[in-house]
Design a protein around this ligand. Structure first.
Ligand code: PEP
Length: 251
């Protein structure tokens, strides 16, 4: 699975042109699910434009209430039909917009309630890493994000390990770091929901992923895909990452 997080980039027109270009570059491979997370404004246009067998769509964010007096917000209920996935708990939401595990948990539940698959992002800051707190942070974010879900609901979700110090910095984690973190996350899910559920949860890596380093993660045990941000905005590079996933999946 490859999820491109476009963040706050591209106008509606630019997004549409980009998808047109990307569609000619990304071959539909049955073993790779390609998900695009454009800005909310582009979702209605792109949801009509994309061929769902080639690309799925994800929301970058939403508010957990279904409707009401929440000026400026949109809900999972309103996203239904436009997207299949929703990124929840991205570090930029946690650290710039002050979202806490309880907000993230409410969003995960709202997504599930409206049949959107959560892509729950977890990861430690540079400071937490230096202080040796990575395991504790991942534990708290996984437990905090998944609390109150049934085993059946957890089985379908996606978790992205995104160390904050690696996002947008060019300082990508080593495959060994990623392998350890992914093991820990899966163990945590296993502890909560059992081995079968833990095995079925897809776990991605994100943090300065590029066409050059993608294969090293895609061949790392336990990693089911990638969540590139910056490199998803370059059609050539993004399609090369999808191609790397296809090759890794064949092995
Ligand atoms: C992200 O947006 O989640 C991300 C990992 O960004 P980048 O690939 O630019 O580090």
């Amino acid at each position: 699975m490859i999820v491109g997080n476009w963040k706050m980039n591209l106008t509606i027109h630019e997004a549409s042109l980009y998808v047109h270009k990307l569609a000619s570059k990304v071959k539909g491979h049955r073993n790779v699910e390609v998900v695009l997370a454009p800005s909310l404004l582009s979702l209605p246009t792109l949801s009509l434009q994309v061929e769902r067998r080639q690309f799925k769509l994800a929301a970058q964010n939403f508010y957990w209430q279904d409707e009401g007096a929440f000026t400026g917000e949109i809900s999972a209920h309103q996203l239904r039909g436009l997207v299949e996935y929703a990124i929840i708990g991205h570090s930029e939401r946690r650290h710039i917009f002050g979202e806490h595990d309880k907000d993230i948990r409410a969003k995960v539940q709202a997504a599930v309630r409206h049949s959107l698959t959560p892509i729950l992002c977890v990861g430690e800051t540079a400071h937490e890493r230096t202080a040796g707190e990575t395991n504790g942070v991942l534990h708290d974010q996984v437990v905090g994000g998944l609390a109150n879900l049934t085993a059946e609901e957890v089985a379908g979700i996606v978790i992205a390990y995104e160390p904050v110090w690696a996002i947008g910095t060019g300082n990508n984690a080593t495959p060994a770091d990623v392998e350890n973190a992914v093991k820990l996350i899966r163990r945590q899910v296993e502890h909560l929901y059992g081995g079968d559920i833990a095995a079925s949860v897809r776990i991605l890596y994100g943090g300065s992923v590029s066409a050059d380093n993608a294969s090293s993660y895609l061949t790392t045990p336990g990693v089911d895909g990638l969540l590139p941000g910056g490199s998803s905005l370059k059609a050539d590079e993004f399609s090369a990452i999808v191609e790397a996933a296809h090759k890794a999946g064949k092995k």
